[in-house]
Design a protein around this ligand. Structure first.
Ligand code: CA
Length: 225
């Protein structure tokens, strides 16, 4: 899941970015409203976190653009003494609020809660045969035996499991796994898929990651296996 973090205070943005990445999310950071608009126009986000006090615009003006008719959930960050702003933000369609100073565990919990709401597909545990992925703890198991995987491998696996039986394109995976700020080589995604495949094979996972040449990858579903 890819998050757009709009926050001009760099130390806070870095702390929030680190906390969200540790929680298994891919994070892009915008420090102005203009940057946020540009990024939201081109990248497929599942959540936005929006600071109200931005250098070039009021975050509340940006809110409807980011929400895009309710398609993208938005969590607003606001200072404790801006209660009227918080109420205005609610009218403007924010999904939740986190008051500054931000407690990282609280923010991560709010993100998970918003992403789990009805209407999206983020069930807590994804299962495919012997394979299970807990989307909250980011843990993976084969026949209930834990498999140690890196953050990106878990994200790749999550996308393949959600689309089981269908091919996931290289581009869709790339956009889900890597943010704009990630410095990745041209074969980073292939390497991540290879690591994932080796780890699952070593764990005795009976479900193969199938390479569909020129298109992408897939996990066969129960019906197609
Ligand atoms: Ca600010």
């Amino acid at each position: 899941m890819r998050v757009l973090l709009v926050e001009d205070h760099r130390p806070l943005a870095e702390a929030v970015g680190d906390a969200l990445r540790r929680a298994g999310l891919t994070v892009d950071h915008a420090s102005t409203a203009r940057e946020a608009r540009d990024m939201a126009a081109v990248a497929p986000y599942t959540l936005a976190i929006l600071d109200l006090g931005l250098p070039d615009d009021d975050g509340l003006t940006l809110l409807p653009t980011l929400r895009d008719g309710g398609r993208l959930p938005v969590i607003v960050l606001t200072a404790r003494d801006q209660l009227s702003d918080r109420l205005a933000g609610l009218d403007g369609g924010a999904d939740d609020y986190v008051v500054k100073p931000v407690e990282m565990p609280e923010l991560v919990a709010r993100c998970r809660a918003v992403l789990r709401r009805p209407g999206d597909r983020s069930a807590t545990t994804l299962r495919l045969g012997a394979l299970a992925l807990d989307t909250a703890s980011r843990s993976v198991s084969v026949d209930d035996v834990p498999v140690a995987l890196g953050r990106r491998e878990v994200t790749v696996l999550e996308h393949l499991m959600r689309a089981a039986g269908r091919v996931v394109s290289r581009r869709a995976l790339d956009e889900a796994v890597y943010g704009f700020e990630d410095d990745v080589g041209p074969n980073a995604l292939e390497a991540a898929v290879s690591r994932l495949r080796r780890a699952l094979e070593a764990a005795g996972c009976p479900i193969p990651i199938v390479t569909v040449r020129g298109l992408g990858w897939m996990l066969p579903s129960d019906e197609t296996r």
